[in-house]
Design a protein around this ligand. Structure first.
Ligand code: TRP
Ligand code: ZN
Length: 876
């Protein structure tokens, strides 16, 4: 076990090509809970001209049994985590036998066994927990894998590629799989267990039949059908939009209950957290359905962007993730709703990624140094990266972009590439210069764009002045101006579009200096520039708009992002303008502009009904915190509560109408139109119940919510009612929780909602509730889904409880993190995230947060994952 004194970050620039590569590997697993034997026979070839270079293989927590070189015993030594073999020939076969204990592996990396299922997770560095190997993404080998089942038998034995043999061996079942595509070790997968299997076929556009198999928990057949549908949609979409056809004869997806993240793109054998596979009307929400489709798409799209073309090293992670997120977002846009998908993606950037940029773990899309790679599966790498790809798409245009991606995939097929390779491909293919654009990959932080404008009556010239700075939670060395595409238009004082010859048809303005002024003709004194339509760059824009300007844009500009941003800005303005009044005990004026805006969005026929549910959302406390450098949290919560209450009371009749008019008849089906009706109706339910409660009509609120719960013919509505009852502390809360508990306690995935709803209840009492629920018989600290549902809700979705002024929220979180660190360091390191941003809070809270962080980092056995994050926050 390494000690924290030895933890050291690796640097991107220290990359060295491997001295050896592996061309073929044959693996044989003899599965057993605590004593799984792994025999690997690998062909290695020397790449370096240094004949003295030793073969150094990565390993972790392995029991080494035997090493043979070309079939003969040889000298080898274990140095730390490495197996070192000196004096090896240029081309040889190495046999390594190790023993591992999957049933005691709680890290869920490498091979682990939970609930009767053996399963692997090798990205990023889990393969070294299986056998000694060159566990790095630039070593690509062909795999042949034999799995011998455990003594008690096993339903299926799966690995990547094609089944080439099966039968019994010493009384046990075995299967042998061969994957024709060379791949890095992180894409290796093995699954063994007993499942229900959904089978289907897909005919590719060139006419090949691909057999599709989806493996789900026994008894969950029906709950896998939507995922199977989504696989076929993904295959079809990739053919039509990117001209990419599936390349193997079979495609397998397995859903497992214990998984550190969402899902994994292992070649031909994707493994999923069952939360992203299992849905049906009675157990899953519309959001679950949407996510299943999107994550199935994401992993499938990795088959090209990630698997066929992989990564040279882990600093290039965003190369595969950003492009694949962009592709899954476009998939959701095309098959579900472009506007809704876009608004959701933008929320991730503004709600979470900007916060990451402002915190101590801020890093560029292509990081420079990494201690624990698992800490870099971040919203910066994934979602900001996807925004960067989206800007390339904006700059190149659809046709040139698709061609450039195809050229890139052709050029690097079967290879391990870098981000630089990708950008060069984009440049060569499109003949565009992306030199300055590269800064999006290398500079951390969020660009802040300041805009101002004036109209000169004399010359009739309209001038737009822009300036930019880069803001970041870690010090930046000589930051330079970014290349920022601004999609924009002009409107006049009545909200009508104005055209100016200086803004071409694309509507894109390129802003790429520290300061720049642009002049436009054909405009007027009342012209308003509308900036960053469709959120054309991941920046914060500050512009001297008045509330009237926001109202004008909200009512007249069709762009969904501008509508949403205008509504949000009205709320932000109110919060920032009045928060001091709370602290000084003053009274708040009615938020009339906000009420008017939401009233308009709810009733005006010009607003796309699909979008209303998104547009009327009042930003969460966390989103509002993000707009402050240092926040007075208590006042912020009070002012947000006030806004919500006033909106509910003033628009109660409107919400009632919306509630009644959006009732859906007939049985539940998932589609984006119905889903958004339900979402709208359920927010109306919440606001209506809040209004009744606030006007001393608790009984009415209670009856409304209880009847919504009882009449619901689908899980989305049930959960919405339960959330209202719990979050508004209505009398029916106990009844509904009891009902839910007895109905769903035998289905862990569904039951997580019981934890989620209570863990996110915006009350200080929640700290006790969560402590109590941690002793619930359905809670299991080994299972990441349980931990995320209960503890994650408190940590990420409940600032009121987490930041309770007596410090008990912090203590709870740090107790859990400390215990989990010894069980699953990756989950522990995720959970600590909200405490890293202590600088945003008042002195008392800062002090308490620092104290728990210091206590955690003082432990000798702290993991590298946790150590990296805490030391970044407090310095070490
Ligand atoms: N590559 C996976 C994806 O984007 C991410 C992933 C799944 C992962 N499981 C993991 C990353 C475990 C680290 C550890 O879909
Ligand atoms: Zn991915």
């Amino acid at each position: 076990m390494a000690s924290k004194k030895n933890y050291k970050a690796k640097k991107r620039l220290e990359y060295k090509a491997p001295d050896f590569t592996a061309t073929n590997i044959e693996l044989e697993f003899n599965l057993s809970d605590e004593y799984t034997q792994v025999k690997s026979v690998t062909r290695y070839q020397r790449l370096t001209s240094d004949r003295k270079a030793a073969l150094r293989l990565d390993g972790q927590d392995l029991e080494l049994v035997e090493v043979l070189l070309n079939g003969h015993p040889c000298d080898s030594m274990v140095e730390g985590d490495c197996l070192v073999i000196e004096n090896v020939p240029d081309d040889f076969e190495l046999t390594v036998e190790t023993v591992i204990a999957p049933a005691s592996n709680t890290s869920l990396m490498g091979l682990y066994k939970t609930d009767g299922v053996f399963c692997t997770q090798c990205e990023p560095e889990g393969f070294r927990r299986i056998t000694y190997f060159l566990d790095r993404p630039d070593v690509l080998a062909k795999y042949k894998v034999t799995i011998v089942g455990p003594e008690y038998g096993c339903g299926v034995l799966l690995s990547n590629g094609n089944l080439v043999a099966s039968g019994t061996k010493n009384g046990r079942n075995f299967c042998t799989w061969e994957d024709p595509f060379p791949k890095p070790s992180y894409l290796f997968a093995l699954v063994a267990g007993s499942f229900d299997i959904i089978k289907d076929t897909y005919k590719t556009k060139s006419g090949r039949n691909v057999s599709l198999e989806l493996y789900v928990d026994r008894g969950a057949y029906e709950r896998g059908l939507w995922a199977m549908e989504s696989i076929k949609q993904s295959m079809k979409w990739d053919e039509s939009r990117f001209n990419l056809e599936y390349d193997l004869d079979n495609f397998k997806v397995v859903a497992v209950d214990f998984f550190n993240q969402g899902a994994m793109e292992n070649k031909g054998l994707n493994i999923f957290n069952s939360i992203y596979v299992l849905v049906d009307p009675h157990t899953a929400t519309d959001t679950n359905y949407f996510n299943v489709q999107s994550v199935i798409g994401h992993e499938y799209f990795h088959n090209y962007t990630g698997d066929r073309v992989t990564l040279r090293d882990w600093f290039q992670l965003s190369l595969k993730e950003s492009l694949t997120v962009f592709r899954d977002q476009e998939f959701s846009s095309d098959v579900a709703s472009r506007a809704l998908t876009r608004l959701q993606s933008i929320d991730v950037i503004r709600g979470t990624q900007f916060a990451e940029d402002a915190g101590p773990m801020a890093h560029p899309v292509r990081p420079e140094k990494v201690m624990e790679m698992n800490n870099f599966y971040t919203v910066t790498i994934y979602d900001k990266g996807a925004e960067v790809i989206r800007m390339i798409h904006t700059i190149l245009g659809e046709e040139a972009f698709i061609k450039a991606v195809n050229d890139y995939l052709t050029r690097y097929d079967g290879q391990a590439a870098t981000i630089e390779d990708f950008i060069v491909s984009m440049e060569v293919s499109s003949k565009k210069d992306l030199a300055q654009f590269r800064l999006w990959y290398t500079q951390a932080g969020t660009p802040h764009v300041r805009a101002s404008w004036e109209f000169d009556e004399q010359s009739s010239l309209f001038t737009l002045n822009l300036s930019q700075t880069l803001e970041c939670g870690v010090p930046l060395k000589n930051a330079s101006a970014m290349y920022i595409p601004i999609r924009m238009c002009f409107i006049d004082g009545k909200g009508n579009i104005q055209n100016s010859p200086e803004l071409d048809e694309s509507g894109i303005l390129i802003f790429n200096q520290d300061e720049q002024s642009y002049t436009f003709t054909n405009l007027s004194a009342d012209t308003l520039p509308v900036l960053f339509m469709d959120f054309s760059a991941p920046v914060k824009c500050f512009a001297p708009y008045t509330d009237d300007d926001y109202s004008l844009m909200l009512k007249n500009v069709a762009d969904p992002f501008i509508k949403k941003d205008s509504a949000t800005s009205l709320i932000n303005n109110y919060v920032h303008g009045h928060i001091d009044k709370i602290a000084s005990g003053g009274t708040l004026p009615d938020p009339v502009a906000i009420i008017d805006a939401i009233g308009f969005l709810l009733t005006d026929k010009s607003v796309d009904p699909l979008l209303v549910c998104e547009l009327i959302k009042i930003p969460s406390v966390n989103e509002l915190i993000e707009t402050f450098k240092v926040v007075d949290l208590d006042s912020l919560i009070a002012i947000r509560d006030f806004i919500e209450k006033q909106v509910a009371l003033s628009l109660a009749d409107t919400f009632k109408t919306v509630y009644e008019n959006n009732r859906l008849r007939g049985s539940y089906k998932y589609n984006i139109k119905d889903a958004s009706k339900r979402a709208l109706r359920n927010s109306a339910l919440y606001m209506l119940a809040l209004a009744r409660k606030e006007s001393e009509k608790v009984a009415e609120a209670d009856a409304l919510v209880l009847s919504h719960y009882e009449k619901a013919n689908n899980f989305t509505d049930k959960l919405a009612a339960m959330t209202c009852a719990v979050h508004l502390e209505l009398p029916c809360k106990g009844l509904i929780l009891e009902n839910f508990e007895s109905e769903w306690q035998h289905d862990a995935l569904v039951f997580d909602n019981f934890f989620r709803v209570q863990g996110s209840a915006p009350s200080e009492e929640t700290v006790y509730t969560v402590r109590k629920l941690m002793r619930h018989k359905r809670f299991d600290k080994i299972n990441p889904n349980r931990v995320r549902a209960l503890i994650g809700s408190l940590a990420f979705n409940n600032p009121k409880a987490l930041h309770k002024i007596d410090g008990t929220g912090y203590l709870l979180l740090s107790d859990v993190v400390q215990e989990l660190d010894g069980i699953n360091q990756h989950i522990a390191a995720r959970l600590i995230t909200p405490l890293l941003s202590f600088k945003r809070f008042d002195a008392k809270r800062q002090e308490m947060m620092r104290e728990v962080l210091h206590k955690l980092i003082s432990k000798d056995n702290i993991s590298s994952s946790l150590y990296e994050k805490i030391s970044a926050a407090i310095g070490s």
